[in-house]
Design a protein around this ligand. Structure first.
Ligand code: FE2
Length: 323
């Protein structure tokens, strides 16, 4: 079965194609404004949708009539952006007379890792701009074992970068500053139970930046944020007795976060799994894989059920494709 998946929850419009065994193509085009303006990002997605779809088909060596199934990110995400992806998916489905399946974006991050890396039952640490969550399968659902109570780590990083004058996109520069920092400055360690929050430490870091070297401030901020999520992830692994940790989301690219996760997992005889960056970040291939897996398990969707779900939580999805 050939599945074409469309991603458009936030700043990235992506189209990926997979068959039963492999990802055949994965093309993305990302809105590059400072921060994210939902309407402008949606306009960007509408502008590039046709070209990204054409390139994804071309890379896979296919034409639109070869597609057996269309899937798309139904939520969670920004309304205007989600609507562009849903509309493109409906158009493709109708034009080619093939079924359509809307999938949960966060769960797609997990399933593409399981599909590509052959991990059976991981705890997933999903770290990105809009989302920071710890997810694991239990009792027919992907349960949220811990999550941010305000903003995602990526959003915190971007806001900090803007406040201290680091150019967007800031990821690479932040990683350099993190490894150059030598002195740890006091940053609030804000974890409550299994949930965490990043806005307090962000404010404190911006204050520190007035009087301390940027390397030390950035290092202290990111070290604290990563320590918090790794602590909660370790507790989730301990509670669920799962030994595999899957890293997902754009911030999974951070060398320091990868290192911390590796140390933690090895300490408890576990293992860290990190998919290639192209499928770690927001992308269409993970949506294609999720659609294919759900369709094969019997998921069917009428056109009127394909409306977007901006606040769709992972633990609301019936996981019909496992057990
Ligand atoms: Fe994501």
């Amino acid at each position: 079965m050939i599945t074409l998946g469309i991603e458009s929850t936030a700043h990235t419009f992506g189209v990926g194609i997979c068959d039963d065994d492999a990802i055949l193509s994965n093309v993305t085009d990302t809105y590059r404004g400072e921060g994210i303006h939902p309407r402008k990002a949606a306009d960007h997605h509408a502008d590039v949708a046709g070209d990204v779809t054409r390139r994804a088909l071309e890379h896979a060596g296919l034409c639109a009539s070869d597609i057996d199934l269309v899937s798309f990110s139904q939520g969670p995400g920004l309304g205007p952006c989600l609507r562009v992806g849903a509309t493109a998916a409906r158009a493709l489905s109708l034009r080619n007379n093939v079924p359509i399946v809307g999938v949960n974006h966060c769960i797609a991050h997990i399933e593409v890792g399981r599909f590509l890396l052959g991990i059976d039952d991981p705890v997933t640490l999903y770290v990105s701009g809009g989302n920071t969550q710890i997810l694991a399968y239990a009792g027919g659902r992907y349960r949220v074992f811990g999550e941010t109570l305000d903003i995602g780590i990526g959003n915190m990083q971007d806001t900090f970068a803007r406040a201290v004058g680091i150019e967007f996109p800031c990821g690479k520069r932040i990683d350099e500053l993190v490894s150059a920092g030598t002195t740890y400055l006091d940053i609030p360690y804000t974890i409550k139970g299994m949930d965490f929050s990043f806005t307090g430490m962000l404010s404190e870091a911006i204050k520190h930046a007035r009087t301390h070297p940027l390397e030390d401030v950035t290092y202290s901020l990111m070290e604290t944020a990563f320590s918090i999520v790794v602590e909660a992830t370790e507790r989730a692994m301990s509670h669920t007795q799962k030994r595999d940790l899957l890293l997902a989301g754009g911030n999974a690219a951070s060398p320091r976060l990868r290192e911390m996760c590796t140390i933690m997992a090895h300490d408890r005889d576990g293992e860290v799994h990190i998919p290639p960056f192209a499928v770690c970040r927001d992308n269409g291939a993970m949506i294609a894989v999720e659609g294919m897996v759900e369709y094969a398990a019997g998921r069917r969707m009428a056109l009127h059920e394909t409306t977007i779900r901006q606040k769709w939580r992972s633990d609301e999805v019936d996981v019909i494709w496992r057990d």
